[in-house]
Design a protein around this ligand. Structure first.
Ligand code: SF4
Length: 642
């Protein structure tokens, strides 16, 4: 007999609940019923997706609300639909996982000519208007078969991949079909941008024919949100864009714009010449240069004029059937944003140098946002209710403050459902990646500990270093030669395709004699990939991934210090690092059956301060080992019964 609210029982599809799952469901259900938000930490294996869905579905049905389930990856979106299919065994519900037009478009001309989502939208609109996309069905051309498909999506859970497959076979645009069905669908699984980027949100809600006020928002893997919000609110202007804009202005014979861009590019080159990495610059000083030396008396008027010129370039390109990208347009948007944020102390302006994928050193200007709440608060305060969940949200109070969740948000941390004997968390003393101690001897000592873990692990071991510098130093000091298993390692600038291929090869080694994967904390593998079973038996965390104390990191700390006195360093420096370490540490423990050794190779993880940021399922059983040969090896061997 499972203890769940009666209304939830009608939707919860399983015969039993996992440990603490009933508390998760009860907390979310009670909060949302009272139109309050819930901030809830529950580790993997608890069944958070179905818990949040089954708690919210009865309220959505009663109040005629939509549920937007926000998550990062397509795999997570499809998981939502799989759970809804299970719910349908008891209660009919509709749901769809949403992908962008760039992933759904079947028209090869459009896909080939569009450089980004916005230009694809414009090419698509043009093709539809001229009736030149064979996959598009105008309302008068919609067949019975088309309407049947639309009805199916509006009444059943459908994965984007399933819709794509069917539409490809039938020659129908899957993007348009899903868009037309959205107003009738109850649950939509989608990426963060649809909800948190104000421009994309406005377009999305128009298609939805609804408003945030009529929406229950579920944010999964919510530990990512503050960083994503800052990315959304920041923007940059590179020398590459400036050069392209200059060429564009000359090509379209716009002399005043071409002259201004030429002047401005030279000023940016001068400004960034002596910058070694990055420097905070005064936004007013740049404006002064534009006014005095550039002879632009009213910058706003001139930037708006550029915006107009850029729009007309885009229209001409569209009319010629070309990619409607205008660099002048992009540049003017950046400059207008520069003006908009000039008096806002939650933004800084940065001049920085960087190296492109093609290994060319170049420079850019940036508008860097410091306050994630500027993006999250308007959403959280407008939604009917928010369910914010992840395995790593502690301290909840900090999260609630940083994202400005409503005052009456219910906060809850659930114990881990993992049996204690399935996890062996260890900290090794005597090793560290603290900047002043990074010597060849230290790296060799770390490699020695790594080999003890690898030799005594049944199959695969993952190593996540504090940074690429640490990763490269481990390689330089002979990690590969010290191991008796093949080593796969991430490289700076590696494409996601190459990385995926490498991860798949590493995982496959789990079925044989095992291998070692070396990546970085905060990287795409340490946060986005699961390694259940033998895909990763042990994980080693090398160093605390504190950010380099760059000017923007310092500015972030200062900004938080001003908003939250005495907590600036914690919020702006310590929390992001510990979040990365904990995310990486959780890679091998994904299901209740998994067993994993988690080894922290940095004595700082043993301090009370660092431990206070570790989740209880790691901290409560944490063993602190002395820096002596074979001690770690014995512990690992005993844990795996080798
Ligand atoms: S209608 Fe669909 S297939 Fe055609 S261009 Fe637009 S998105 Fe692509």
């Amino acid at each position: 007999m499972i203890k769940l609210p009666e209304a939830v029982k009608a939707y919860f599809p399983y015969a039993s609940v996992r440990p603490h799952q009933d508390r998760f469901i009860g907390t979310v259900y009670e909060a949302v019923k009272e139109q309050r938000s819930a901030l809830i930490e529950g580790s993997n294996g608890l069944g958070k997706t179905i818990s949040a869905l089954s708690a919210c579905l009865p309220i959505a049905a009663e109040k005629d609300l939509k549920i937007l389930y926000v998550a990062r990856t397509h795999r997570q979106h499809e998981r939502v639909i799989e759970e809804l299919k299970a719910v349908c065994r008891k209660q009919q519900v509709s749901g769809v996982s949403l992908r962008g037009r760039n992933q759904m478009c079947l028209n090869t001309f459009a896909a080939k000519n569009a450089s980004d989502a916005r230009s694809l939208m414009e090419i698509c609109e043009l093709l539809k208007a001229k009736d030149r996309c064979p996959y598009h069905r105008a309302p008068e051309d919609q067949t019975y078969e088309y309407l049947q498909l639309q009805h199916h999506i509006a009444t059943h859970p459908c994965k984007a991949s399933e819709i794509q497959r069917i539409c490809r076979k039938k020659g129908i645009c899957p993007y348009e079909l899903v868009k037309a069905s959205l107003p009738d669908v109850t649950v939509i699984a989608l990426s963060y941008l649809y909800v948190f980027d104000p421009v994309i949100r406005a377009a999305f809600f128009k298609n939805l024919d609804s408003q945030l006020q009529k929406t229950i928002l579920i944010v999964d893997e919510a530990h990512n949100l503050p960083e994503t919000a800052i990315e959304i609110a920041s923007s940059s202007l590179s020398l590459f864009v400036l050069r392209q804009a200059e060429l564009e202005a000359s090509k379209y014979e716009n002399k005043d714009v071409a002259a201004f861009i030429n002047f401005f590019r030279k000023e940016v080159e001068k400004l960034t010449e002596k910058v070694s990495h990055e420097e905070i610059i005064s936004p007013e000083a740049i404006l002064e240069i534009i006014q005095k030396q550039g002879c632009i008396s009213n910058p706003r008027d001139f930037f708006e004029h550029m915006h107009e010129v850029g729009s007309s370039v885009r229209r001409s390109l569209l009319a010629e059937g070309k990619n409607p990208r205008s660099y002048i347009h992009g540049m003017s948007e950046f400059l207008l944003r520069w003006l908009e944020t000039i008096d806002d102390d939650s933004y800084i302006n940065v001049a920085s140098k960087y190296t492109t994928r093609e290994k060319v050193k170049t420079a850019k200007l940036e508008i860097v946002a410091l306050d994630p709440a500027k993006v999250t608060e308007p959403v959280f305060s407008a939604a009917y209710a928010n369910v914010i969940m992840s395995g790593t949200l502690q301290p909840l109070e900090a999260y609630a403050k940083l994202t400005k969740l409503p005052e009456n948000t219910v906060q809850c941390v659930l114990p881990s459902p993992f049996p204690k004997e399935h996890v062996l968390p260890i900290v090794c003393l005597g090793v560290t990646t603290a900047m002043e101690k990074r010597t060849p001897e230290m790296y060799r000592a770390i490699i020695k500990r790594i080999t003890e873990v690898v030799q005594n692990t049944p199959a695969n071991t993952g190593i996540f270093a504090a940074s690429f510098d640490v990763l490269n130093a481990l390689i330089a000091e002979g990690l590969e030669h010290a191991l008796d298993k093949p080593l796969f390692y991430e490289q700076r600038g590696m494409s996601s395709k190459a990385n995926e291929k490498m991860v798949a090869e590493f995982k496959a080694c789990g079925k044989g004699g095992g291998a070692v994967f070396l990546g970085v904390q905060g990287g795409r593998t340490s946060e986005g990939v699961d390694f259940p079973g033998n895909e990763m038996n042990s994980v080693i965390i090398v160093g605390v991934p504190y950010a380099e104390p760059t000017p923007r990191v310092k500015a972030q700390i200062e900004y938080y210090e001003k908003c939250f006195p005495k907590l600036g360093r914690e919020y702006g420096y310590v929390l992001p690092a510990m979040k990365k370490a904990v995310q990486a540490a959780g890679r091998p423990i994904r299901t209740l059956e998994d067993r994993g050794a988690i080894v922290f190779l940095d004595y700082r993880f043993a301090t009370n301060y660092c431990r206070s940021f570790l989740p209880s399922w790691i901290n409560s059983g944490l063993k602190v080992l002395p820096c002596r040969d074979e001690v770690l090896a014995r512990e690992i061997r005993a844990f795996f019964n080798l």
